[in-house]
Design a protein around this ligand. Structure first.
Ligand code: HEC
Ligand code: HEC
Ligand code: HEC
Ligand code: HEC
Ligand code: HEC
Ligand code: HEC
Ligand code: HEC
Ligand code: HEC
Ligand code: HEC
Length: 287
């Protein structure tokens, strides 16, 4: 009676199911599933007498939502994310009642007490806006000349990150056997290759690429390819783990002597070492 507008809008919400499905134990009183018992509030008409989830400490808000969303087959039930650990609650990204609204432009002041995109962002542009509102520095990286096409609206942060948590560091999205989500799109690089280039497996793509964007072609970490390679394939002593038998070696093998690095011909390493991510036939990744 008092919140007619909210009640009307609520009928369009997926949460209306709580009002109608016995499974959730809140038939006809769905509001109380999040706001708690309402009778005192109805009597006093005071906002102090009712729970407003978004105004609680983050952990308590999450607790309310996870009463239903814990351990769902979806990705929402995990409490391992650095969002959880940093007091970014469910309602910072999900608004229960608000219709999708406009967010501050990337770089605008973030606010923790809003769920700006309505219940859930529905497309890449909305998702990117949501994430960029708190991560403007990351958004800035995507403005570099070589980037995944987020600014163009063709991809979003959740293609690579799961905001709810992941088994990999940095909330990296997983695919199939908990491999990094890169392989969902770059499946040709998955292997397994009979001749693997160790850093691809051991250090991951970030040993050589900057997936948020880079000044360098192919999103490489260095301006020219050979500088990427020489970080490991040079006479640089590798740190020896305590207790390891031998003295300092190098990280990768040193290129053989016929590699004349003064000659531009040899500076573009991957003209010859084409299958740099791993090869099916050649141990030097030449084909
Ligand atoms: C799934 C949980 C959930 C359900 C169900 C729910 N609410 Fe809410 N409600 C919230 C959250 C979270 C907020 C904070 C703002 C937001 O996220 O939209 C809120 C905010 C409100 C507010 C505004 C408070 C303010 O400070 O501005 C009112 C009023 C309200 N809800 C009434 C209702 C009514 C009436 C119903 C039932 C028709 C209902 N709510 C059902 C979670 C819920
Ligand atoms: C009483 C149980 C219950 C509570 C508490 C609850 N939800 Fe839900 N939620 C549901 C149901 C049921 C659905 C609809 C699922 C479906 O359609 O299969 C849903 C759907 C959603 C969706 C997905 C919408 C979509 O279209 O995919 C989001 C996001 C969501 N809830 C967020 C929240 C947040 C945030 C809170 C805490 C403020 C919350 N829920 C609290 C039961 C609940
Ligand atoms: C940092 C932002 C953020 C936080 C915090 C967050 N979510 Fe989400 N959530 C999203 C985004 C973005 C999507 C849409 C995912 C997509 O497009 O694949 C989503 C999707 C969902 C869905 C839809 C079903 C699904 O898994 O795709 C549910 C349910 C949900 N979230 C519940 C929750 C609950 C419960 C919490 C708190 C424990 C929470 N979320 C915290 C950003 C967030
Ligand atoms: C309400 C603000 C807010 C929003 C919205 C938000 N984040 Fe965050 N995010 C944070 C905070 C705070 C941290 C923890 C501090 C940090 O690492 O910067 C964080 C951390 C992260 C991390 C770092 C994890 C790590 O372990 O290093 C990733 C990845 C991330 N967020 C992705 C996203 C994505 C993707 C979205 C959009 C779906 C998003 N965030 C939306 C506030 C937010
Ligand atoms: C192409 C995949 C990809 C996309 C798209 C992507 N990220 Fe990342 N992001 C990564 C990877 C991989 C890392 C881990 C980097 C590392 O290990 O050094 C990372 C790290 C992060 C971190 C933590 C480390 C840091 O650099 O501060 C944050 C925060 C983050 N991403 C936020 C975002 C946001 C916000 C978006 C969307 C605007 C986004 N990412 C889009 C792949 C991606
Ligand atoms: C959702 C799909 C998707 C995911 C996930 C993805 N990428 Fe990409 N990636 C693309 C597309 C599409 C392009 C081509 C972009 C273009 O041409 O502008 C691309 C281009 C690249 C390039 C540059 C290639 C070139 O030709 O310039 C690199 C390097 C790259 N991705 C690395 C990664 C890494 C590392 C990850 C994981 C952290 C990742 N990608 C995750 C879709 C994806
Ligand atoms: C040892 C360094 C290194 C690592 C590790 C690495 N790459 Fe690359 N990658 C390169 C180089 C060098 C190129 C440039 C090739 C060129 O210029 O033609 C490249 C090119 C690419 C391209 C564009 C051309 C192509 O082959 O499709 C994609 C996409 C790509 N890498 C994705 C990835 C992904 C995904 C990972 C992680 C699984 C990864 N890379 C790990 C060095 C590396
Ligand atoms: C992060 C370190 C790292 C980077 C960067 C790197 N490599 Fe490697 N590479 C290695 C390691 C480690 C091996 C394995 C060495 C061994 O087995 O002794 C290897 C093996 C190789 C081999 C096979 C020959 C052999 O000794 O097994 C070639 C060829 C090669 N790398 C070329 C390149 C090229 C070209 C680049 C630049 C695009 C590059 N690497 C970048 C670490 C790196
Ligand atoms: C003109 C073609 C060509 C270019 C350019 C080239 N290489 Fe090679 N590289 C080869 C060939 C051929 C071999 C195999 C030699 C052999 O099997 O004896 C090789 C072997 C190697 C090896 C393996 C040595 C070993 O012990 O197995 C490394 C490491 C290597 N190159 C690194 C590089 C790096 C780093 C660059 C760029 C600075 C580069 N190469 C540029 C043709 C090239």
């Amino acid at each position: 009676m008092c919140h007619e507008d909210i009640y009307k809008a609520f009928q369009e919400s997926p949460h209306w199911l709580v009002q109608t499905d016995k499974k959730y134990n809140h038939v006809k009183d769905a509001c109380e599933s999040c706001h708690g018992p309402g009778s005192k509030h109805v009597e006093s008409m005071s906002a102090a007498d009712i729970r407003q989830p978004a105004k609680l400490p983050a952990a308590q808000t999450d607790h309310i939502c996870l009463a239903c969303h814990l351990n769902q087959p979806t990705r929402a039930g995990r409490l391992t994310s650095s969002h959880v650990k940093n007091q970014v609650s469910c309602t910072a990204c999900h608004s229960i009642h608000k219709q999708p609204g406009k967010l501050p432009e990337p770089g605008g002041a973030p606010s923790f007490a809003r769920g700006p995109n309505g219940l859930v962002p529905r497309n890449a542009v909305e998702t990117n806006r949501l994430c960029a509102s708190c991560h403007p520095n990351i958004w800035a990286s995507f403005q570099r000349p070589y980037h995944h096409r987020l600014p163009e609206g063709a991809m979003s942060c959740v293609d690579c990150h799961n905001p709810h948590g992941s088994f990999l560091p940095h909330l990296i999205q997983t695919t199939e056997a908990n491999e990094p989500g890169c392989f969902r799109c770059h499946g040709d690089l998955r292997g397994p290759f009979p001749y693997q280039h160790p850093p691809v497996q051991l250090e991951g793509c970030m040993a050589c690429h900057m997936p948020h964007g880079s000044e360098n072609p192919r999103m490489l970490t260095r301006h020219v390819v050979y500088l990427v390679c020489l970080e490991c394939h040079a006479n640089i002593a590798a740190p020896v783990p305590a207790g390891a038998p031998s003295g300092p070696g190098t990280i990768g093998t040193v290129p053989p002597a016929f590699h004349d690095l003064r000659s531009p011909r040899f500076q573009n390493c991957n003209i010859c070492h084409q299958k740099i991510h791993g090869s099916y036939v050649n141990r030097d990744f030449l084909r």
